[in-house]
Write a protein that binds this ligand. Structure first.
Ligand code: ADP
Length: 499
């Protein structure tokens, strides 16, 4: 089999050799339907595992377990300090199992092992540690009231921050473990309980994380993990009457479906959706750094990053030089299996994604863009496409307006500041942005004017557990990471006492 022939660690082999089940109420169980689905290695198109396929019936059981752990305990009965210590332990276990988790990520998602270990796994461990500290620091306010219709009364008033309750979390396949961490850590820090659905393309690292959560001592029912498909398991989460909040990361299209499904019981909704982020290079930038940065902004993680710098705006005088520079990097990128240490770019995650990105390449070329690097899928097994730079792109093209979610950048020239800001903001999305210049005033003016949740100046794709991340416009609702993320999982109660 693919597994027996690949260079997998013993720990990964043994993880894969046992049936991959659902985590419900602290136990590993088969799906009620008895069904399983196949998980593929994107570098070979071979099946590497079968995973129990949860649907509405399993989500129901998971919600019941999460409800119990929230409504009667143990999670709600523990002190914040006890919860914080368990969350910290999860971070430590992720770090201790970093190699194994990184291999699972490479096998399941295709990304290079070294990237998975240094970025995905390290950031996931850090997220649990960062949020562990917040468990003991969630505080309300004391308020002085002046009530016009009760002028003689004296009041003492305060607010309490309470966990929202049972949270449904639906995550994508581009950073499978890290997205689980972004979702679980703040929910646990606030005292919520969770039903998590990993993406059907990449359930493996979340299931291994489930084992680590139990090993850390997170009590039964606090985190339930139910892999399954979007239209069945995902939809059951979004519409479930006993779920108080749904947190989703994925496409804008599905985000809109989630909102409608959530309306039934008006569960709270946060969304981290698509992007088409502008990355801007001025002629006063350090050009070599900017070229390398622009390439990294789009090719990192095979371009499957919601914040990818997919619209590259270059000031006129340096446009040709920058396009040539980014194209040269693209042409020299070593594309291959994520298990090969020399690989810089792996395959796309799935056959479907491969077809999607290939379709955009055909459309872009048909609409008149020129490929100055790449431009086609790679003719080999696995879901590989060429890193691609499209020049002569214009604003009416699908490759400029729509999120491709692949290693494809559309380059366009701009002449002056006004021209640039209106081009940069001419998008339905508003997730991230980048600017390369040595002029700090220019950089700050752009930071104020751009309609995006993140602005990177002379850098790109820099993330930290303390730094809020999320979207303007159709890129989403709410912020993840930082203490802003706690707001997604808390509600406020006002208490007024007449003295
Ligand atoms: P992509 O198209 O890149 O796979 P999606 O937005 O479809 O991104 O998927 C992100 C997550 O949303 C996945 O876990 C997927 O299973 C889930 N999902 C897809 N469709 C639905 C839906 N109708 N309701 C709830 N979840 C869904």
């Amino acid at each position: 089999s693919a597994v027996a022939n690949s260079p997998l660690f013993d720990s990964v082999q043994s993880f894969l050799s046992s049936p991959k089940q659902l985590l419900i109420d602290g136990r590993w169980v088969s799906a009620k339907s008895g069904k399983n689905f196949d998980v593929f290695d994107p570098a070979t198109d071979e099946v590497v595992a079968q995973v129990a396929e949860g649907d509405a019936a399993d989500i129901d059981l998971a919600v019941t377990a999460a409800r119990k752990a929230f409504d009667s305990g143990p999670w709600s009965k523990m002190t914040p300090s006890q919860r914080g210590q368990l969350i910290w332990k999860v971070g430590e276990l992720i770090e201790q199992n970093a190699d194994e988790l990184a291999q699972l990520e490479t096998l399941d998602n295709g990304k290079p092992f070294n990237v998975a270990k240094a970025a995905d796994v390290a950031l996931a461990a850090d997220m649990f540690r960062y949020m562990a500290g917040w468990a003991t620091k969630i505080e309300g306010d004391t308020l002085s009231l002046g009530v016009p219709y009760a002028p003689d009364a004296d009041f003492h008033a305060f607010t309490m921050r309470e966990p929202i309750g049972v949270v449904g979390q639906i995550i994508p396949w581009n950073f499978p473990l890290l997205m689980a961490a972004w979702k679980l850590a703040p929910a646990l820090a606030t005292g919520c309980t969770v039903v998590l659905k990993p993406a059907e393309q990449t359930p493996l690292s979340a299931l291994r994380l489930g084992e680590l959560l139990l090993e850390a001592g997170i009590p039964a029912g606090v985190v339930n993990i139910v892999p399954g498909f979007g239209e069945t398991a995902g939809a059951a989460i979004a519409s479930h009457d006993l779920i108080d909040k749904v947190a989703f990361t994925g496409s804008t299209e599905v985000g809109k479906i989630i909102i409608k499904a959530a309306a039934g019981n008006l569960k709270k909704v946060t969304l981290e959706l698509g992007g088409k982020s502008p990355n801007v290079i001025y002629d006063d930038a350090d050009i070599d750094m900017a070229i390398a940065g622009a390439a990294d902004a789009i090719f990192f993680n095979q371009g499957q990053v919601c914040s990818a710098g997919s619209r590259l705006y270059v000031q006129k005088g340096i446009y040709d030089e920058v396009v040539a520079g980014v194209s040269e990097i693209a042409n020299n990128l070593k594309v291959g299996s994520g298990f090969d240490p020399a690989t810089q770019m792996g395959p796309l995650v799935s056959r479907e994604q491969h077809e999607r990105v290939s379709g955009y390449l055909r459309a872009g070329l048909a609409e008149g863009a020129q490929a100055s690097a790449g431009g086609a899928p790679l003719d080999r097994p696995g879901y590989f496409v060429q890193p691609t730079v499209l020049k002569d792109a214009s604003v009416d093209m699908s490759v400029v307006r729509e999120e491709i979610f692949g290693p494809v950048v559309a380059a366009m020239p701009f002449s002056d500041d006004g021209d640039l800001v209106s081009q940069a903001n001419d998008s339905a999305y508003g997730l991230a942005s980048g600017i390369w210049t040595k002029d700090i005033s220019k950089a700050h003016r752009f930071a104020k004017a751009v309609k995006a949740g993140t602005v990177w100046i002379n850098c790109y794709n820099i993330f930290d557990a303390s730094l809020p991340f999320g979207g303007y416009k159709q890129s989403g609702w709410g912020r993840e990471m930082g203490h802003a993320a706690l707001e997604n999982y808390l509600q406020t109660k006002s208490v007024v006492i007449k003295l």
